[in-house]
Design a protein around this ligand. Structure first.
Ligand code: PAN
Ligand code: ZN
Length: 187
């Protein structure tokens, strides 16, 4: 049974907004402070907005598709670039497509069994995030990193694993360029 009626909306590729979002949220540094490697830099940064999401409200059913705009702002905490919290999907066997429309960065991905992958994001690059891969957008450029995201209606978000374990890799600036480094194990 299909519960949605047909609709359309308009994407602003410059701002990353939808013309008629049903839900908008901003994630501040304070909501993800422990995810950055440099606690002193976190303390010195105040509480900037790191990213924003503009969502449509779609039934959380397997046959539906969620869609949203994800806007990661430019900046760094210490040497580490602004990034999203990142998550697995609650329903693990659900994939996602990101279509980058503005900015420069990476989609950082990893599996629970230890595989890692970082794919570059630039305008018109579409990234396929397979089922069972956690994913995080990292903005390594000087303008907002904006993507249009589509994923199964029932996927849900599991932030817990990333909140406690972190990603195995970090993307930081070294010698003026992005570098993908191993995350230090917490002692
Ligand atoms: C995206 C993300 C969005 C924000 O819509 O939810 O980029 O990132 P976090 O959810 O990690 O805070 C998506 O991947 N949805 O499944
Ligand atoms: Zn996702």
């Amino acid at each position: 049974m299909f519960l949605s009626t047909p609709f359309s909306d308009v994407i602003d590729r410059v701002e990353g907004t939808l013309a008629s979002p049903d839900n908008v949220y901003e994630r501040h540094l304070s909501a993800m402070a422990e995810m950055y490697e440099d606690a002193e830099a976190v303390a010195a940064a105040g509480d900037p907005v790191i990213y924003k999401v503009y969502e449509k409200k779609i039934p959380e059913l397997a046959g539906e598709l969620q869609w949203c705009m994800s806007v990661t702002l430019p900046g760094k905490i210490g040497r580490e670039y602004y990034m999203t919290k990142g998550h697995f999907h609650e329903v693990r066997d659900t994939a996602e497509i990101y279509l980058c429309v503005r900015g420069t960065g990476y989609m950082l991905m990893e599996t629970e069994d230890g595989q890692s992958k970082a794919l570059e994001m630039n305008p018109d690059v579409a990234v396929y995030v397979p089922a069972r891969w956690a994913h995080r957008s990292v903005n390594t450029g000087g303008e907002p990193l904006i993507s249009f995201c589509v994923y199964p209606g029932d996927a849900g978000h599991d932030y817990g694993t990333i909140e406690t374990e972190g990603f195995r890799k970090r993307i930081v600036e070294i010698d003026g360029r992005p570098a993908i480094i191993d995350n230090r194990p917490s002692s």
